[in-house]
Design a protein around this ligand. Structure first.
Ligand code: PHE
Ligand code: CO
Length: 295
């Protein structure tokens, strides 16, 4: 049941990525094989164990509240009852990555697109594109959090606007998504914790992002983040740390239109660069990084 046929490809700023049908599809729950449920269960169990004390409390608590378990792939319709009651978000099934404008439109309307198919057993440790485990385990729990739920809707509306402004604005906005929604860390009294979906759905990066000496960990600053390039094919060279979801919302509330105009005049920063103005939590050793073949 895993992995639908690729329909076409699309050239984006992330390179050449596959695009499937962009329609919303019913989750074909009855068609999942025992092997698919087992893949979910193995990944769920492994990550939950690893994430206690590593992911932020909001994430872990929400996952429990939603009733996700390792026993079977959750049903979107059941999750939607809990999620709808909590924050008004709805999960919709999709085949995979969506064109940007369609993705933004879903978010702006509090619909979160979830890839319905799950990776094969031989892809447990790594899969290049988002699958059900990444989307559901990684992204959906924080939609239960009222602040984060609002942030995601605001991001969707901001995306529609940036799309209208032009490709450079979209690059800036996409970096914000990358360094918060996908790869964000949050500072807590107990220490740094993970909230980014790209980290929580990866065993290797859950450990690396918090425990490795290699990457930089730098305090979140909106324009700094929007100017920072990123890697999609390796662990991150830099993680940006927020103090709270309230801080993230306050920082992203202003109209970005003048920011996009200003940033269009400025150069971008390499992914591993540390600036004098940075609030440095940890300066990376850079160990294991390829020579700065930029980004
Ligand atoms: N305030 C942003 C804008 O005007 C919208 C936005 C909100 C973008 C939250 C990202 C996150 O474009
Ligand atoms: Co993602």
């Amino acid at each position: 049941m895993n992995q639908p046929r690729r329909v076409e490809h699309q050239e984006t700023d992330k390179g050449y990525v596959p695009v499937y049908t962009t329609a919303v599809v019913e989750q074909p729950w009855a068609d999942y094989k025992a092997e698919d449920h087992a893949t979910w269960g193995a990944l769920y169990q492994r990550q939950r164990e690893l994430l206690v004390g590593r992911a932020c409390d909001e994430f872990l608590r929400a996952q429990d509240e939603m009733g996700m378990t390792p026993h079977a792939i959750p049903r979107f319709d059941q999750l939607n009852e809990v999620l709808g009651a909590a924050t008004g978000w709805t999960l919709v099934g999709v085949e995979g990555l969506l064109p940007e404008l369609e993705f933004f439109d879903h978010l702006a309307n509090r619909r979160f697109p979830v890839t319905w198919w799950i990776r094969r057993p031989d892809q447990i440790d790594y899969i290049a594109e988002p699958d059900l485990f990444h989307d559901l385990f990684g992204h959906v729990p924080l939609l239960m959090n009222p602040l984060f739920a609002d942030y995601m809707e605001a991001y969707g509306r901001g995306g529609v606007k940036a799309h209208g402004i032009g490709p450079e604005a979209l690059v800036n906005l996409t970096r914000l998504y990358w360094y918060t929604v996908e790869f964000g860390l949050i500072n807590t009294p107990e220490g740094l914790r993970i909230y980014g979906s790209g980290i929580v759905s990866s065993k290797g990066e859950s450990l690396y992002s918090l425990e490795s000496d290699a990457p930089n960990r730098i305090g979140f600053d909106l324009e700094r983040v929007m100017r920072t390039r990123y890697r999609i094919d390796t662990f991150q060279k830099t993680y940006f740390v927020i103090d709270s979801f309230a801080q993230l919302i306050a920082a992203t509330e202003p109209d970005f239109t003048p920011i996009y105009a200003r940033l269009a005049q400025r150069e971008a920063f390499a992914a591993g660069k540390v600036l004098e103005s940075d609030q440095v939590f940890t300066r990376g050793s850079g160990e294991g990084w390829a020579t700065d073949a930029d980004v």
